[in-house]
Ligand binder design. Structure first.
Ligand SMILES: *Cc1c(COP(=O)(O)O)cnc(C)c1O
Length: 340
């Protein structure tokens, strides 16, 4: 048995999902003729109360398209120091959009409306033009933390007062919705653009969607094509996404409960110095200095448990669809057997 906690991206399609994929009618999506892609884009747009959506191969692409569409070269984008768009998209904001960044020092990736207001550049030819605020919910590097919705509403107000666009990297937004009892419409009403991933906790093999108003998405389609992201008979991937949205949202609560259980076990282990309280499906903890993270991870892997290093003494576990109860028990047993 291998209990793979490296990421919620490692899930394999379930039998039901594979059956839906096999049965998908397909067409050429670049011609707008793939029935599955059209149905997925319509479904997600309606779910969030947005005018339109565009299906893309990855969340990196949906974020980068959104940033490109909201900015002009030499503009400045406000985002958190821990954000995915800054840390894990290959410097794409500089490459695709030619923008600089104003990095916030938030709490687990969450900053405040006041931080945003204080970071907006003056209208002066010496300064870059601030044009976009990007937030991430849940925060990946922040250990799956959820934003306070009231703070997001305050940031929206600051954006409106200063003519800034507001983008949400919602790669794990459904984890936040389930954890906080929030609805997609709440987010659809608040943001100019939203990126969601089907390939994280929702368990689809590939795909992300970018949502926005009709004109924005029409422009986003143009950028998707120039980035090489126009897919053809992508319907089997799209119906996997539809299946995931219909069947794998509510169950995210199980992943959250398991992350809490792991955190409880970890917090009682002598070799763990700190556990970041999980709010969703990500558990980040710190090993005491006397334990080498590389040796810890390779030792665990020999016992059939995989996790990743998260820099320094930090280790990350992510719970997901393919983790079974048996794997949980095996993992807890192996973690508990390690001594300093
Ligand atoms: C995974 C992830 C993305 C997108 O990643 P892809 O691997 O390109 O699909 C974007 N933002 C966050 C916060 C993520 O965790």
């Amino acid at each position: 048995m291998i209990a793979d906690f490296r990421s919620d991206t490692v899930t394999k399609p379930t039998r039901g999902m594979l059956e839906a994929m096999n049965a998908a009618p397909v067409g050429d999506d670049v011609f707008g003729e793939d029935p599955g892609v059209n149905a997925l884009e319509r479904k997600v747009a309606e779910m969030f109360g947005k005018q339109a959506a565009v299906f893309c191969p990855s969340g990196t692409m949906t974020n980068q398209i959104a940033i490109k569409a909201h900015t002009r070269p030499a503009d400045e984008v406000i985002c958190d120091r821990l954000s995915h768009v800054y840390n894990y998209e290959g410097g794409g904001i500089a490459f695709h959009s030619g923008c600089s960044l104003s990095l916030m020092d938030g709490d687990r990736g969450r900053f405040t409306a006041e931080d945003v207001a204080n970071s907006i550049r003056p209208d002066d030819i010496h300064s870059p033009r601030t044009s976009l605020v990007a937030v991430e919910n849940t925060t990946n590097k922040g250990g799956g933390a959820c934003w306070d919705f009231a703070e997001l509403q305050k940031i929206r107000r600051v954006c409106d007062e200063n003519g800034l666009a507001f983008h949400l990297d919602g790669a794990r937004l459904f984890n936040a919705l389930v954890a906080k009892g929030e609805t997609p419409e709440m987010y659809g009403n608040l943001f100019d653009s939203i990126s969601i991933c089907l390939s994280k906790g929702l368990g689809a093999p590939v795909g992300s969607l970018l949502l926005g108003d009709a004109e924005f998405i029409e422009y986003a389609r143009r950028i998707r094509k120039l980035m090489g992201g126009g897919m053809r008979q992508a319907g089997s991937l799209a119906v996997a996404g539809i299946y995931a949205l219909d069947n794998h949202v509510e169950r995210l609560g199980d992943d959250h409960a398991r992350a809490k259980r792991l955190a409880e076990v970890l917090s009682n282990l002598a070799y763990v110095s700190k556990v970041i309280e999980p709010e969703t499906n990500i558990v980040i903890f710190e090993l005491k200095k006397s334990l080498d993270p590389k040796a810890f991870l390779s030792g665990l892997e020999k016992e059939g448990v995989k996790a990743v290093s998260f820099g320094g003494q930090l280790i990350r576990f992510v719970t997901h669809l393919d983790i079974t109860e048996q794997m949980m028990e095996h993992t807890i047993e192996k973690l508990s057997a390690i001594s300093l």
